[in-house]
Design a protein around this ligand. Structure first.
Ligand code: GSH
Length: 257
C-alpha cells in the first residue's frame, strides 16, 4: 500500500521543485502534511492491547485526542495473543500496546508510539513545532515515564492492587510512597506555575504524566495534598478522551487473596 502512495507523492514533489525551487522546503513540508492527512482519512489504526493496560491507555488517549479512527483488539494477560507466533513477529517483547498504522511497520513502546502519532497527525499543541519547545515537552515526557511512572507502577500500584494481601509488604510500600511523593512534589511545583506539565499547552508530556494519575488517586493509599496536581488532575478528568480511555476499571488486574 505504501508504494501505491509513493509515485504520486514523488511526482508532485518533482513538479513543485521544478516550478518553485526557492520555496521547495515549504512545499515539501506541506506536501508531506497533506500526504499524512490523506493517510488519516483513508486508514484506520489497529491497536493490540487490553483496556486495563496503562501503556495501552496512554496510546488510546493520544489517538482519541487526535480524533483518529482506530480498531482496538484485546491482547495481554488472560486475553492471550501476545505469545502467539504471529504477535511475536510484530512485537518480540510479548507486551502491549502494539500499533499498526496502515502499511507502516508495526510499532511498540507507548512513548515512541505517541511521539510518532503526535508528529504525524495534525494537532495544535500535542507536539509543538519549535525544537526548543519540543525539547521541553520531551524533557517532561521522559521525566513522567521514568521519575513518576517507574516509581508508581510496580512499587506502588502492583503492591497495592496486584499483590495478594498476605504477600504485601507495608514497609516497602511506605518507602516507595516516600520516593514517589518526592518526585510528585517536583510536578506540583511545576504545575503551580503552569497549567500543564510542560508549560502553557496540553502536550504529550501530559499524556505521559496524566494517564497514571487516575490510578494514583483511585487506589487505597495515604496521599499528601498536592494542591496543584489535584487541580490539574480535575482538569484532565473533564477531557472526554481521558474519561473514555484512562478512567477505566482495573478490576481484572486485582490479585485474589
Ligand atoms: N515500555 C513498554 C512496556 C509495555 C508493557 O510492559 N506492557 C504491559 C502492560 S502495561 C504488558 O504488556 N504486560 C503483559 C500483558 O499484559 O500480558 C511500553 O511503554 O509500551
Amino acid at each position: 500500500m505504501f508504494n501505491a502512495y509513493k509515485p504520486g507523492l514523488k511526482f508532485q514533489l518533482t513538479r513543485d521543485y521544478l516550478t518553485n525551487r526557492k520555496n521547495f522546503r515549504f512545499v515539501l513540508k506541506d506536501t508531506v502534511r497533506s500526504y499524512r492527512i490523506n493517510r488519516k482519512l483513508t486508514g484506520m489504526i489497529k491497536i493490540y492491547g487490553r483496556k486495563s493496560s496503562s501503556n495501552v491507555q496512554v496510546v488510546m488517549w493520544c489517538i482519541a485526542e487526535l480524533g483518529l479512527d482506530y480498531q482496538r483488539l484485546d491482547a495481554g494477560i488472560h486475553y492471550g495473543v501476545v505469545n502467539t507466533a504471529s504477535y511475536l513477529a510484530i512485537n518480540p517483547n510479548a507486551t502491549v500496546p502494539t500499533i499498526i498504522d496502515g502499511d507502516y511497520p508495526p510499532m511498540w513502546e507507548s512513548a515512541a508510539i505517541n511521539r510518532y502519532l503526535s508528529r504525524t497527525y495534525p494537532h495544535e499543541t500535542l507536539w509543538p513545532d519549535s525544537p526548543l519547545q519540543q525539547a521541553i515537552v520531551d524533557q517532561w515526557a521522559e521525566w513522567a515515564k521514568l521519575n513518576f511512572g517507574l516509581n508508581f507502577s510496580v512499587p506502588v500500584f502492583w503492591q497495592v492492587v496486584r499483590t495478594p494481601r498476605n504477600k504485601q509488604n507495608p514497609e516497602a510500600l511506605a518507602i516507595a510512597l516516600k520516593k514517589l511523593h518526592r518526585q510528585m512534589s517536583i510536578a506540583d511545583t511545576q504545575l503551580g506555575n503552569n497549567p500543564f506539565i510542560a508549560g502553557n499547552e496540553f502536550s504529550i508530556a501530559d499524556l505521559m504524566f496524566g494517564h497514571l494519575l487516575y490510578r494514583y488517586y483511585d487506589i487505597e493509599i495515604e496521599r499528601p495534598h498536592f494542591n496543584n496536581i489535584s487541580r490539574y488532575y480535575a482538569t484532565l478528568t473533564n477531557r472526554p478522551a481521558y474519561r473514555e480511555h484512562v478512567m477505566v476499571s482495573y478490576d481484572e488486574l486485582r490479585a485474589s487473596d
